[in-house]
Design a protein around this ligand. Structure first.
Ligand code: PRT
Ligand code: MG
Length: 219
């Protein structure tokens, strides 16, 4: 599949996949199987020269950077944390929208705890984003890296605060937490391998254009 007439697209299961289906359809691409119910990691499409690889959301930039996939779709959270080396990011797809927020347990005095000079313990899956945010405020932080369920950390005394994604706010509410600071608005981006864009331009550009048309943007 590595010749110039074939394309490999890296996608993650879950919300990004569901919201990507209409974009793929706009480009004339229909997956042969539903990754939610299939255990296959390589999924064909209606087009014999285009296939999907199903990877963890955080791994999408890595597959595209190394050219194992020609392009993929990843959240701005994942892309910011990963860095943009070797990646061309032509399009904000306006899908899987959410907000990167600081949250604390209800009743915790965040204003006092985040004064310059104070030291705050922050649990997050996004250590670089969190470190940059607090450095910008002049707040010293000890960052505790977690891989999931950040919401638990303040409840059991692992951290004072978390940096995590919020969409409906339901998860924070269910765990007696509240958002206290907005760091960034997040949506998913198209990421293209820079070398592939050159050598497979004739295959890639019509897909990028179709995605742009579907989201009402200029590619
Ligand atoms: O699940 P896995 O570990 O494989 O990876 P992942 O969790 O990164 O994948 P997935 O599919 O859950 O998320 C993929 C992308 O969706 C993220 O990288 C974001 O860009 C985007 N996205 C949009 C979100 C959310 N909204 C979101 N709400 N990703 C995660 N969440 C989580 C959040 O971390 C929190 O635990 O949902 C919870 C909060 O949701 P609400 O609605 O209760 O506020
Ligand atoms: Mg998840």
């Amino acid at each position: 599949m590595s010749d110039n007439n074939h394309l490999t697209i890296a996608l993650s299961k879950g919300r990004i996949f569901d919201e990507t289906l209409p974009l793929l359809a706009a480009a004339g691409i229909t997956p042969a199987e539903e990754p939610g119910s299939s255990r296959k990691l390589i999924i064909g499409t209606n087009l014999p020269n285009i296939r999907l690889v199903i990877v963890r959301a955080t791994d999408v930039p890595t597959y595209v950077q190394y050219g194992a996939a020609d392009f993929g779709i990843a959240g701005k959270d994942v892309l910011t944390e990963h860095g943009g080396d070797g990646l061309y990011q032509p399009l904000d797809l306006q899908i899987a929208k959410c907000r990167m927020m600081v949250a604390v347990q209800k009743g915790f005095d965040y204003t006092a705890a985040s004064q310059p000079g104070r030291r705050l313990r922050v649990a997050t899956k996004y250590p670089d984003i969190a470190a940059e945010h607090f450095a910008g405020k002049g707040v010293h932080v000890d960052i505790i890296k977690l891989y999931g369920s950040m919401e638990l950390a303040p409840l059991v005394g692992l951290s004072d605060a978390i940096v995590d994604l919020v969409s409906t706010g339901g998860t924070l509410k269910a765990n007696n937490l509240e958002a206290v600071e907005h760091i960034a608005d997040i949506s998913s981006r198209l990421v293209v391998n820079k070398a592939a864009l050159k050598v497979k331009y004739a295959l890639l550009q019509p897909i990028i254009d179709a995605f742009a048309g579907a989201v009402g943007a200029e590619a």
